[in-house]
Write a protein that binds this ligand. Sequence first.
Ligand SMILES: [Zn+2]
Length: 422
Amino acid sequence: MKRISLAAAAAAATTTVLLAALTALAAPAAPAALAATVPPAAAADAVSAPPSGPCALSGPGGAYQFEGVPTPGNFRTSSGAVKAYTVFIDFPDAPAEGTPQERYAEFFPAVADYYGKSSYGKMDYRSTPRLQWIRMSKPFSAYGIDRGVPFQPGYEAVTREIVAAVGDEADLGSYDVLNVLATPNAGPPATEKVLSVTFAGGYMDLGKGSVPWAGSFIWSRQTGDSAWRVLAHENGHAFGLPDLYATRSGYPPHFAGHWDPMDEDWGPTNDFMAWHKWKLGWLDADQVGCQAEDGTREFTLSPLSVSGGVKLVAVPVSANELITVEARTKGELDAAVCRPGVLIATVSTRVNTGTGPVRVADSTPGSEGCYTDPNVSADFSDATFTPGQTYTDTRNNVSVQVLGTDDDGTYRVRVTKGADAG
Ligand SMILES: [Zn+2]
């Protein structure tokens, strides 16, 4: 048996269950005919240079996920070709009720398409499925799988059995991430308790020496029309992204609402915030405006939902905190946008995952919001600033005035840093 050790693996759970009212699970889409391997997609567009310059604030590093850039090398690459190996597991007391092809079709090609579109072609996500159920040796309960448990011993035991089953069929160390899709009837329904989790930022000996390793484990099924996003969220951790919802008590439940799948990955599809797109290597240098010096500048922001143009304006206010400004309009990946406008947030590169590393500024605090869905934080749904509105941060002397919008969805903003911010 191959020996596995995982050093300093950090778990990151998925979102808490938001559902107030549960809807019946939709039947999975009819399985498409799936080949054993996915043919290589077209080559990704030229890879962007890693974030640099005075707005590229670094984080503390280590095994946990932080917002700092560039992402430490112990996490997985998120631009260019990203290779996932996708396996299927079931248990003696929870034998699979469907085929691996059906389970796979719940997530692919949706997840790969999503990353391709959200990255503007910068990520070429290639999943190789191993279309057989791997029967675990013991009942589900024997592994101690529960929300928030560490990698050892349960997940290590599951992983050890997967590695043994795959054997020489694949060189797991050559893949960027291992996706483990469990039979949905193992464990509690996701509507009761979310078990899906990613272990990333650590190293694993897969038989050829220690290599950076990330594993995303998906349990049960989410509801809603883009339930596959649980895997997009989990893979986000493999790429180094932190949770934007609160994973600990003592915080409000959400800091970013439906403006990023690292906060809410249930319900209608949503795009990554611009900071994450930069961090993930999807924005070229000329798509990021950085206002590090005091003064006033005007920017024209192109909405995240279309390719090209300036996507992010960042205003650093300390060595580890900055204000981010982006345009959000309704689009294919931003299906829930009900108040198009300028989204403003505070990004802290030393705030740990699950404790608010990104905090969206709500232009309409206390409002009921403009999107009705139990999977969408309504109060944040109308957080955007619209023409005529001004965001003012008196603590950091930053203001952002929304000057206007054009037919193509671009927004013009005037950003002031320093004493003149008022
Ligand atoms: Zn998570």
